[in-house]
Design a protein around this ligand. Structure first.
Ligand code: CMP
Length: 136
């Protein structure tokens, strides 16, 4: 079933010049880019996006990181897109991510892990409304 998911190419990837490499992976897989926006987000969007993490010990560092420079917000569409983009990104902790995944190939960090993708249909709905309200 065709689905839409929110993907973020985070500030570490933008700073490292990896946007093209990461986008090319999604495109080669056959996913369609429905929307794409380079933006620097303010802390209120970070807090809303990461609502389930705001009380965690790692959140201050995560908040500083995601608001610290431009990121690319993307809406990707395709058959089973939610699960596929999660699997293409790899495990959250890049040190444990499998080779062949974005994180497994290109990162060594758990916080600065290059990408984000919605983890379920419920999160995709919530995140798409938050990041691209005009699309929904
Ligand atoms: P993401 O897929 O965007 O979802 C939550 C983010 O929090 C995650 O990627 C990492 O950037 C970060 N994160 C999750 N768990 C930890 C952790 N234990 N320590 C540091 N950062 C984390």
């Amino acid at each position: 079933m065709s689905e839409r998911t929110l993907a973020l190419i985070k500030p570490d990837a933008v700073k490292r010049g990896l946007v093209g490499e990461i986008l090319a992976r999604y495109e080669r897989k056959g996913l369609s880019i429905v929307a794409m926006d380079l933006r620097t987000i303010d802390p209120s969007l970070a807090d809303a996006h990461y609502a389930e993490h705001v009380d965690k010990p790692f959140y201050p560092a995560l908040r500083e990181f995601v608001t610290g420079g431009p990121l690319v917000a993307l809406v990707l569409e395709g058959d089973q897109a939610i699960d596929i983009v999660r699997r293409m990104n790899g495990a959250t902790d890049s040190r444990e991510a499998e080779p062949g995944t974005v994180r497994g190939d290109l990162s060594l960090s758990k916080t600065q892990n290059l990408v984000h993708a919605s983890d379920s249909p419920e999160s995709a709905k919530r995140e798409l409304e938050l990041w691209f309200p005009s699309l929904t």
